[in-house]
Ligand binder design. Structure first.
Ligand SMILES: Cc1cc2nc3c(=O)[nH]c(=O)nc-3n(C[C@H](O)[C@H](O)[C@H](O)COP(=O)(O)OP(=O)(O)OC[C@H]3O[C@@H](n4cnc5c(N)ncnc54)[C@H](O)[C@@H]3O)c2cc1C
Length: 418
Protein backbone atom coordinates (compact mmCIF):
# COMPACT_ATOMS: atom_id res chain seq x y z
CA UNK A 1 0.00 0.00 0.00
CA UNK A 2 1.37 3.45 -0.77
CA UNK A 3 2.46 5.29 2.33
CA UNK A 4 0.88 8.69 2.83
CA UNK A 5 4.05 10.30 4.24
CA UNK A 6 7.32 8.88 2.93
CA UNK A 7 9.73 8.17 5.78
CA UNK A 8 13.22 9.67 5.79
CA UNK A 9 16.22 7.67 4.58
CA UNK A 10 17.43 5.02 7.07
CA UNK A 11 20.20 6.00 9.44
CA UNK A 12 20.77 2.52 10.88
CA UNK A 13 20.43 -1.01 9.60
CA UNK A 14 18.52 -3.88 11.25
CA UNK A 15 20.81 -6.43 12.93
CA UNK A 16 20.91 -10.06 11.86
CA UNK A 17 18.71 -12.28 14.09
CA UNK A 18 19.97 -14.50 16.94
CA UNK A 19 22.86 -12.17 17.75
CA UNK A 20 24.79 -13.32 14.67
CA UNK A 21 27.31 -10.98 13.09
CA UNK A 22 26.18 -11.57 9.50
CA UNK A 23 23.10 -12.24 7.39
CA UNK A 24 22.75 -15.35 5.27
CA UNK A 25 21.77 -13.17 2.31
CA UNK A 26 21.79 -9.44 1.64
CA UNK A 27 19.93 -8.30 -1.49
CA UNK A 28 20.81 -4.93 -3.04
CA UNK A 29 17.92 -3.31 -4.94
CA UNK A 30 14.18 -3.81 -4.41
CA UNK A 31 12.89 -3.94 -8.00
CA UNK A 32 11.27 -7.14 -9.30
CA UNK A 33 14.62 -9.00 -9.25
CA UNK A 34 15.66 -8.06 -5.71
CA UNK A 35 12.24 -8.48 -4.11
CA UNK A 36 11.83 -11.91 -5.77
CA UNK A 37 15.29 -12.93 -4.59
CA UNK A 38 14.56 -11.80 -1.02
CA UNK A 39 11.19 -13.55 -0.98
CA UNK A 40 12.58 -16.82 -2.36
CA UNK A 41 15.57 -16.88 0.03
CA UNK A 42 13.49 -15.97 3.10
CA UNK A 43 10.82 -18.55 2.21
CA UNK A 44 13.59 -21.18 2.34
CA UNK A 45 14.57 -20.18 5.86
CA UNK A 46 17.53 -17.91 5.14
CA UNK A 47 17.99 -14.70 7.13
CA UNK A 48 17.59 -11.96 4.54
CA UNK A 49 18.15 -8.22 4.47
CA UNK A 50 16.83 -6.33 1.42
CA UNK A 51 18.09 -2.76 0.89
CA UNK A 52 17.27 -0.08 -1.66
CA UNK A 53 18.73 3.39 -1.94
CA UNK A 54 15.31 4.85 -2.79
CA UNK A 55 12.62 5.53 -0.23
CA UNK A 56 9.62 3.39 -1.16
CA UNK A 57 7.25 3.57 -2.89
CA UNK A 58 9.46 5.07 -5.61
CA UNK A 59 8.83 5.98 -9.25
CA UNK A 60 10.56 3.74 -11.82
CA UNK A 61 10.82 4.59 -15.51
CA UNK A 62 9.10 1.59 -17.07
CA UNK A 63 6.10 0.85 -19.27
CA UNK A 64 4.87 -1.57 -16.62
CA UNK A 65 3.67 -4.06 -19.26
CA UNK A 66 3.50 -7.61 -17.87
CA UNK A 67 3.66 -10.74 -20.00
CA UNK A 68 1.92 -13.98 -19.03
CA UNK A 69 5.35 -15.32 -18.10
CA UNK A 70 5.50 -12.68 -15.35
CA UNK A 71 1.91 -13.11 -14.17
CA UNK A 72 2.55 -16.74 -13.31
CA UNK A 73 5.32 -15.74 -10.89
CA UNK A 74 3.50 -13.00 -9.01
CA UNK A 75 2.51 -13.21 -5.37
CA UNK A 76 -1.13 -12.31 -4.70
CA UNK A 77 -0.21 -8.87 -3.36
CA UNK A 78 1.53 -7.90 -6.61
CA UNK A 79 -1.36 -9.23 -8.71
CA UNK A 80 -3.57 -6.73 -6.91
CA UNK A 81 -1.39 -3.94 -8.39
CA UNK A 82 -2.56 -4.72 -11.94
CA UNK A 83 -4.39 -1.61 -13.15
CA UNK A 84 -5.55 -2.64 -16.59
CA UNK A 85 -5.57 -5.54 -19.01
CA UNK A 86 -5.59 -5.11 -22.76
CA UNK A 87 -6.90 -7.29 -25.56
CA UNK A 88 -5.84 -5.05 -28.44
CA UNK A 89 -2.61 -3.59 -29.86
CA UNK A 90 -2.42 -0.99 -32.61
CA UNK A 91 0.85 -1.13 -34.56
CA UNK A 92 2.32 1.57 -36.80
CA UNK A 93 5.62 1.99 -38.61
CA UNK A 94 6.88 5.57 -38.47
CA UNK A 95 3.32 6.57 -37.51
CA UNK A 96 1.93 5.06 -40.73
CA UNK A 97 0.39 1.78 -41.96
CA UNK A 98 -1.69 1.13 -38.81
CA UNK A 99 -3.23 -2.23 -38.05
CA UNK A 100 -5.08 -3.66 -35.08
CA UNK A 101 -4.47 -6.95 -33.37
CA UNK A 102 -7.57 -7.70 -31.31
CA UNK A 103 -8.30 -10.83 -29.31
CA UNK A 104 -11.44 -11.87 -27.41
CA UNK A 105 -9.46 -12.12 -24.13
CA UNK A 106 -6.72 -9.82 -22.71
CA UNK A 107 -3.11 -10.71 -23.46
CA UNK A 108 -1.15 -7.98 -21.64
CA UNK A 109 -1.43 -6.58 -18.11
CA UNK A 110 -0.34 -3.12 -16.92
CA UNK A 111 1.03 -1.98 -13.59
CA UNK A 112 2.42 1.23 -12.16
CA UNK A 113 5.86 0.28 -10.99
CA UNK A 114 5.70 2.30 -7.75
CA UNK A 115 2.76 0.22 -6.50
CA UNK A 116 3.94 -3.02 -8.08
CA UNK A 117 7.44 -2.89 -6.57
CA UNK A 118 6.04 -1.86 -3.18
CA UNK A 119 3.69 -4.87 -3.29
CA UNK A 120 6.62 -7.15 -4.18
CA UNK A 121 8.65 -5.71 -1.28
CA UNK A 122 5.70 -6.30 1.05
CA UNK A 123 5.50 -9.92 -0.15
CA UNK A 124 9.23 -10.37 0.56
CA UNK A 125 8.65 -9.08 4.09
CA UNK A 126 5.66 -11.43 4.50
CA UNK A 127 8.09 -14.27 3.72
CA UNK A 128 10.40 -13.09 6.53
CA UNK A 129 12.89 -10.74 4.82
CA UNK A 130 13.77 -7.44 6.52
CA UNK A 131 13.52 -4.42 4.21
CA UNK A 132 15.55 -1.23 4.70
CA UNK A 133 14.74 1.42 2.10
CA UNK A 134 16.68 4.68 1.82
CA UNK A 135 19.94 2.72 2.18
CA UNK A 136 22.51 3.04 -0.64
CA UNK A 137 25.28 0.47 -1.07
CA UNK A 138 28.55 2.27 -1.72
CA UNK A 139 31.19 -0.44 -1.76
CA UNK A 140 31.39 -4.23 -2.14
CA UNK A 141 34.30 -6.32 -0.86
CA UNK A 142 34.97 -9.88 0.27
CA UNK A 143 36.95 -10.97 3.31
CA UNK A 144 40.48 -12.27 2.60
CA UNK A 145 39.36 -15.89 3.09
CA UNK A 146 36.38 -15.29 0.75
CA UNK A 147 33.91 -16.54 3.35
CA UNK A 148 31.91 -13.33 3.74
CA UNK A 149 30.83 -10.42 1.57
CA UNK A 150 31.04 -7.01 3.19
CA UNK A 151 29.00 -4.01 2.08
CA UNK A 152 29.59 -0.41 3.02
CA UNK A 153 26.27 1.41 2.94
CA UNK A 154 24.94 4.88 3.70
CA UNK A 155 23.64 3.44 7.00
CA UNK A 156 26.74 1.48 8.05
CA UNK A 157 28.53 -1.79 7.26
CA UNK A 158 26.81 -5.14 6.80
CA UNK A 159 28.10 -8.68 6.05
CA UNK A 160 26.54 -11.76 4.47
CA UNK A 161 27.45 -15.21 3.19
CA UNK A 162 25.87 -14.28 -0.15
CA UNK A 163 25.06 -10.90 -1.68
CA UNK A 164 22.59 -10.67 -4.55
CA UNK A 165 23.10 -7.60 -6.71
CA UNK A 166 19.73 -6.52 -8.14
CA UNK A 167 20.62 -2.86 -8.34
CA UNK A 168 19.64 -2.35 -11.97
CA UNK A 169 21.47 -1.17 -15.08
CA UNK A 170 24.99 0.07 -14.42
CA UNK A 171 24.65 -0.72 -10.70
CA UNK A 172 27.54 -0.89 -8.28
CA UNK A 173 27.25 -4.64 -7.68
CA UNK A 174 27.15 -5.38 -11.42
CA UNK A 175 30.36 -3.40 -11.78
CA UNK A 176 31.95 -5.43 -8.95
CA UNK A 177 31.02 -8.69 -10.69
CA UNK A 178 32.23 -7.35 -14.06
CA UNK A 179 28.97 -7.52 -16.07
CA UNK A 180 29.66 -6.73 -19.73
CA UNK A 181 26.80 -5.15 -21.70
CA UNK A 182 26.11 -6.36 -25.24
CA UNK A 183 23.97 -3.28 -25.87
CA UNK A 184 22.66 -0.30 -23.93
CA UNK A 185 19.48 1.64 -24.71
CA UNK A 186 18.05 4.91 -23.51
CA UNK A 187 14.34 4.87 -22.67
CA UNK A 188 12.41 8.13 -22.23
CA UNK A 189 8.94 8.25 -20.77
CA UNK A 190 6.20 10.75 -19.99
CA UNK A 191 3.40 9.83 -17.63
CA UNK A 192 0.43 11.73 -19.06
CA UNK A 193 -2.83 12.24 -17.16
CA UNK A 194 -5.67 10.24 -18.72
CA UNK A 195 -7.44 12.59 -21.18
CA UNK A 196 -10.95 13.72 -20.19
CA UNK A 197 -12.40 11.42 -22.83
CA UNK A 198 -10.64 8.25 -21.77
CA UNK A 199 -12.59 5.87 -24.00
CA UNK A 200 -10.23 5.93 -27.01
CA UNK A 201 -7.24 5.22 -24.76
CA UNK A 202 -8.39 2.41 -22.51
CA UNK A 203 -8.05 -1.28 -23.18
CA UNK A 204 -5.39 -1.19 -25.87
CA UNK A 205 -1.72 -0.43 -26.34
CA UNK A 206 -0.16 1.56 -29.19
CA UNK A 207 3.22 0.53 -30.61
CA UNK A 208 5.23 2.35 -33.29
CA UNK A 209 8.41 1.08 -34.93
CA UNK A 210 10.64 4.14 -35.25
CA UNK A 211 12.94 5.55 -37.90
CA UNK A 212 16.17 5.14 -35.92
CA UNK A 213 17.65 1.65 -35.94
CA UNK A 214 16.01 -0.61 -33.32
CA UNK A 215 13.81 2.14 -31.88
CA UNK A 216 10.15 1.92 -30.97
CA UNK A 217 7.49 3.87 -29.10
CA UNK A 218 4.51 2.89 -26.95
CA UNK A 219 1.44 4.03 -25.09
CA UNK A 220 0.49 1.80 -22.17
CA UNK A 221 -2.81 2.69 -20.46
CA UNK A 222 -3.06 2.71 -16.68
CA UNK A 223 -6.08 3.50 -14.50
CA UNK A 224 -5.62 7.29 -14.45
CA UNK A 225 -2.72 7.89 -16.80
CA UNK A 226 -1.00 6.89 -20.02
CA UNK A 227 2.65 5.86 -20.05
CA UNK A 228 4.02 7.32 -23.28
CA UNK A 229 7.57 6.26 -24.08
CA UNK A 230 10.28 5.61 -26.63
CA UNK A 231 13.44 3.53 -26.60
CA UNK A 232 16.54 3.66 -28.79
CA UNK A 233 20.22 2.75 -28.67
CA UNK A 234 22.10 4.99 -26.27
CA UNK A 235 24.17 7.72 -27.91
CA UNK A 236 21.67 10.02 -29.63
CA UNK A 237 19.66 11.55 -26.77
CA UNK A 238 18.41 14.52 -28.83
CA UNK A 239 17.08 12.17 -31.49
CA UNK A 240 15.41 10.00 -28.83
CA UNK A 241 13.83 13.08 -27.25
CA UNK A 242 12.65 14.29 -30.69
CA UNK A 243 11.03 10.89 -31.32
CA UNK A 244 9.09 11.18 -28.04
CA UNK A 245 7.98 14.72 -28.91
CA UNK A 246 6.86 13.66 -32.40
CA UNK A 247 5.06 10.59 -30.98
CA UNK A 248 3.09 12.74 -28.54
CA UNK A 249 2.22 15.22 -31.30
CA UNK A 250 1.12 12.39 -33.56
CA UNK A 251 -1.13 11.04 -30.80
CA UNK A 252 -2.65 14.44 -30.00
CA UNK A 253 -1.05 14.32 -26.55
CA UNK A 254 1.11 17.42 -26.93
CA UNK A 255 -1.33 20.30 -26.56
CA UNK A 256 -2.12 22.35 -23.44
CA UNK A 257 -4.80 19.82 -22.43
CA UNK A 258 -2.26 17.02 -22.11
CA UNK A 259 -0.97 17.13 -18.52
CA UNK A 260 2.46 15.59 -18.04
CA UNK A 261 2.63 14.13 -14.55
CA UNK A 262 6.18 12.84 -14.71
CA UNK A 263 9.03 12.83 -17.25
CA UNK A 264 12.02 10.58 -16.86
CA UNK A 265 14.69 8.55 -18.61
CA UNK A 266 16.53 5.35 -17.80
CA UNK A 267 19.16 3.11 -19.38
CA UNK A 268 18.59 -0.58 -20.06
CA UNK A 269 21.26 -3.12 -20.92
CA UNK A 270 21.53 -6.70 -22.04
CA UNK A 271 24.54 -8.84 -21.41
CA UNK A 272 27.01 -10.50 -23.73
CA UNK A 273 26.64 -14.32 -23.64
CA UNK A 274 29.87 -14.66 -21.63
CA UNK A 275 29.13 -11.88 -19.15
CA UNK A 276 29.70 -13.16 -15.57
CA UNK A 277 26.79 -13.79 -13.21
CA UNK A 278 28.88 -14.34 -10.09
CA UNK A 279 32.09 -13.32 -8.40
CA UNK A 280 32.80 -15.29 -5.24
CA UNK A 281 29.80 -14.93 -2.94
CA UNK A 282 28.23 -12.16 -5.04
CA UNK A 283 25.66 -12.97 -7.74
CA UNK A 284 23.75 -10.59 -10.00
CA UNK A 285 20.15 -10.81 -11.23
CA UNK A 286 17.75 -8.81 -13.39
CA UNK A 287 18.96 -5.64 -15.11
CA UNK A 288 22.10 -5.62 -12.95
CA UNK A 289 23.14 -8.81 -14.75
CA UNK A 290 21.98 -7.53 -18.16
CA UNK A 291 19.14 -10.07 -18.16
CA UNK A 292 16.72 -8.38 -20.54
CA UNK A 293 15.19 -9.38 -23.87
CA UNK A 294 17.07 -7.30 -26.47
CA UNK A 295 14.25 -6.81 -29.01
CA UNK A 296 11.25 -5.78 -26.89
CA UNK A 297 13.47 -4.75 -23.94
CA UNK A 298 11.06 -6.72 -21.77
CA UNK A 299 12.85 -7.13 -18.48
CA UNK A 300 10.29 -7.77 -15.75
CA UNK A 301 9.87 -11.49 -16.45
CA UNK A 302 13.67 -11.82 -16.62
CA UNK A 303 13.99 -9.99 -13.30
CA UNK A 304 11.28 -12.08 -11.59
CA UNK A 305 12.77 -15.36 -12.82
CA UNK A 306 16.45 -14.61 -12.29
CA UNK A 307 15.72 -13.01 -8.91
CA UNK A 308 13.76 -16.03 -7.72
CA UNK A 309 16.47 -18.45 -8.86
CA UNK A 310 19.23 -16.34 -7.30
CA UNK A 311 17.30 -16.26 -4.00
CA UNK A 312 16.79 -20.03 -4.04
CA UNK A 313 20.47 -20.67 -4.78
CA UNK A 314 21.58 -18.17 -2.14
CA UNK A 315 19.44 -19.88 0.53
CA UNK A 316 20.94 -23.27 -0.41
CA UNK A 317 24.42 -21.72 -0.37
CA UNK A 318 23.88 -20.31 3.13
CA UNK A 319 22.66 -23.68 4.43
CA UNK A 320 25.58 -25.48 2.74
CA UNK A 321 28.02 -22.96 4.17
CA UNK A 322 26.69 -23.24 7.73
CA UNK A 323 26.42 -27.04 7.79
CA UNK A 324 29.87 -27.50 6.21
CA UNK A 325 31.45 -25.10 8.72
CA UNK A 326 29.80 -26.98 11.62
CA UNK A 327 30.86 -30.44 10.41
CA UNK A 328 34.46 -29.63 9.45
CA UNK A 329 37.13 -31.13 11.74
CA UNK A 330 38.58 -28.64 14.20
CA UNK A 331 42.06 -28.83 12.62
CA UNK A 332 40.84 -28.52 8.97
CA UNK A 333 40.57 -25.24 7.06
CA UNK A 334 36.85 -24.68 7.64
CA UNK A 335 36.46 -21.77 5.28
CA UNK A 336 37.79 -23.63 2.20
CA UNK A 337 35.22 -26.40 2.48
CA UNK A 338 32.43 -24.00 3.37
CA UNK A 339 33.31 -21.72 0.46
CA UNK A 340 33.31 -24.64 -1.97
CA UNK A 341 29.90 -25.77 -0.69
CA UNK A 342 28.57 -22.24 -1.15
CA UNK A 343 30.04 -21.95 -4.65
CA UNK A 344 28.51 -25.28 -5.72
CA UNK A 345 25.08 -24.08 -4.60
CA UNK A 346 25.51 -20.76 -6.43
CA UNK A 347 26.58 -22.55 -9.61
CA UNK A 348 22.99 -23.85 -9.84
CA UNK A 349 21.86 -20.26 -10.43
CA UNK A 350 24.27 -19.76 -13.30
CA UNK A 351 23.19 -23.08 -14.82
CA UNK A 352 19.49 -22.06 -14.77
CA UNK A 353 20.16 -18.69 -16.36
CA UNK A 354 22.30 -20.33 -19.05
CA UNK A 355 19.68 -23.00 -19.76
CA UNK A 356 16.54 -20.84 -19.77
CA UNK A 357 17.25 -17.14 -20.17
CA UNK A 358 20.35 -17.18 -22.41
CA UNK A 359 18.48 -18.87 -25.33
CA UNK A 360 15.66 -16.32 -25.00
CA UNK A 361 18.20 -13.51 -25.13
CA UNK A 362 19.96 -15.08 -28.11
CA UNK A 363 16.68 -15.35 -30.06
CA UNK A 364 15.77 -11.78 -29.05
CA UNK A 365 19.16 -10.54 -30.27
CA UNK A 366 18.59 -12.19 -33.67
CA UNK A 367 15.12 -10.63 -33.97
CA UNK A 368 16.58 -7.26 -32.95
CA UNK A 369 19.17 -7.46 -35.73
CA UNK A 370 16.46 -8.23 -38.30
CA UNK A 371 14.30 -5.47 -36.84
CA UNK A 372 17.17 -2.96 -36.99
CA UNK A 373 17.68 -3.68 -40.68
CA UNK A 374 14.09 -4.21 -41.80
CA UNK A 375 11.53 -2.75 -39.35
CA UNK A 376 8.97 -2.47 -42.13
CA UNK A 377 9.21 -6.18 -42.81
CA UNK A 378 8.81 -7.07 -39.12
CA UNK A 379 5.74 -4.80 -39.14
CA UNK A 380 4.39 -6.69 -42.16
CA UNK A 381 5.20 -10.10 -40.60
CA UNK A 382 3.25 -9.23 -37.44
CA UNK A 383 0.28 -8.50 -39.64
CA UNK A 384 0.22 -12.03 -41.03
CA UNK A 385 -1.96 -14.62 -39.20
CA UNK A 386 1.16 -16.56 -38.11
CA UNK A 387 2.97 -13.40 -36.94
CA UNK A 388 -0.06 -12.20 -35.00
CA UNK A 389 -0.53 -15.65 -33.42
CA UNK A 390 3.11 -15.75 -32.26
CA UNK A 391 2.90 -12.24 -30.85
CA UNK A 392 -0.22 -12.99 -28.81
CA UNK A 393 1.08 -16.37 -27.61
CA UNK A 394 4.37 -14.68 -26.63
CA UNK A 395 2.50 -11.98 -24.67
CA UNK A 396 0.36 -14.60 -22.93
CA UNK A 397 3.44 -16.61 -21.94
CA UNK A 398 2.27 -19.58 -24.03
CA UNK A 399 5.53 -19.56 -25.95
CA UNK A 400 8.94 -17.98 -25.45
CA UNK A 401 11.42 -16.48 -27.86
CA UNK A 402 13.65 -19.48 -27.10
CA UNK A 403 10.97 -21.81 -28.46
CA UNK A 404 10.47 -19.57 -31.48
CA UNK A 405 14.25 -19.71 -31.86
CA UNK A 406 14.02 -23.49 -32.24
CA UNK A 407 11.89 -23.11 -35.41
CA UNK A 408 14.52 -23.52 -38.08
CA UNK A 409 12.51 -21.83 -40.85
CA UNK A 410 11.61 -18.80 -38.74
CA UNK A 411 15.18 -18.30 -37.59
CA UNK A 412 16.57 -18.80 -41.10
CA UNK A 413 14.22 -16.07 -42.32
CA UNK A 414 15.20 -13.73 -39.47
CA UNK A 415 18.92 -14.34 -40.00
CA UNK A 416 18.50 -13.62 -43.69
CA UNK A 417 16.76 -10.34 -42.81
CA UNK A 418 19.48 -9.47 -40.29
C1 LIG B 1 11.67 3.20 -20.57
C2 LIG B 1 11.61 1.75 -20.14
C3 LIG B 1 10.42 1.05 -20.30
C4 LIG B 1 10.36 -0.30 -19.91
N1 LIG B 1 9.17 -0.96 -20.05
C5 LIG B 1 9.08 -2.26 -19.69
C6 LIG B 1 7.85 -2.96 -19.77
O1 LIG B 1 6.81 -2.40 -20.13
N2 LIG B 1 7.82 -4.27 -19.42
C7 LIG B 1 8.95 -4.92 -19.01
O2 LIG B 1 8.88 -6.12 -18.72
N3 LIG B 1 10.14 -4.28 -18.88
C8 LIG B 1 10.23 -2.96 -19.20
N4 LIG B 1 11.41 -2.29 -19.03
C9 LIG B 1 12.55 -2.99 -18.40
C10 LIG B 1 12.28 -3.08 -16.89
O3 LIG B 1 11.98 -1.82 -16.36
C11 LIG B 1 13.53 -3.65 -16.16
O4 LIG B 1 14.00 -4.77 -16.87
C12 LIG B 1 13.21 -4.05 -14.73
O5 LIG B 1 12.85 -2.92 -13.97
C13 LIG B 1 14.41 -4.73 -14.09
O6 LIG B 1 14.14 -4.96 -12.73
P1 LIG B 1 15.34 -5.04 -11.69
O7 LIG B 1 14.71 -5.46 -10.40
O8 LIG B 1 16.43 -5.86 -12.23
O9 LIG B 1 15.93 -3.58 -11.57
P2 LIG B 1 15.21 -2.20 -11.21
O10 LIG B 1 13.74 -2.30 -11.34
O11 LIG B 1 15.93 -1.16 -11.98
O12 LIG B 1 15.52 -2.02 -9.64
C14 LIG B 1 16.82 -1.72 -9.21
C15 LIG B 1 16.71 -1.12 -7.82
O13 LIG B 1 18.03 -1.01 -7.28
C16 LIG B 1 18.12 0.17 -6.52
N5 LIG B 1 19.52 0.54 -6.44
C17 LIG B 1 20.34 0.95 -7.44
N6 LIG B 1 21.59 1.18 -6.96
C18 LIG B 1 21.55 0.92 -5.63
C19 LIG B 1 22.52 0.98 -4.61
N7 LIG B 1 23.80 1.37 -4.84
N8 LIG B 1 22.15 0.66 -3.35
C20 LIG B 1 20.88 0.26 -3.08
N9 LIG B 1 19.92 0.19 -4.03
C21 LIG B 1 20.25 0.50 -5.30
C22 LIG B 1 17.26 1.16 -7.30
O14 LIG B 1 16.81 2.21 -6.47
C23 LIG B 1 16.12 0.28 -7.80
O15 LIG B 1 15.01 0.32 -6.92
C24 LIG B 1 11.50 -0.95 -19.39
C25 LIG B 1 12.69 -0.23 -19.24
C26 LIG B 1 12.74 1.12 -19.60
C27 LIG B 1 14.01 1.88 -19.39
Amino acid sequence: MPRSTPPPAQTSLPSPPDGRGEWDVVVVGAGPAGTSAARAAAARGATVLLVDRAVFPRYKTCGGGLLGESLELLPERARAAIESEVAESVFTHRFRRPFRLRQPAPYLAMVRRADFDQALADAAQDAGARFADGVAVREVAETDDGALVQLRTSAGAVSAHVVIGADGTGGRVGRYVGVTPGGVDLGLEDEVAMPADATPWRDHVLLDWGGASGSYAWVFPKRDSLTVGVIQRRGAPDETRAYLTAWREHLGLAGPDAVTLHSSGHLTQWRTPSSPLRRGGVVVAGDAAGLLEPWTREGISFALRSGTWAGEAAASAAVAHTSTSASTRADAPATDAARRARDTALDAYEARVTAVLAPEQAAGATILKAFERRPGLIHALLRTPAGARYFVRFCRGETTLARIGRHRHVMRLLRALA
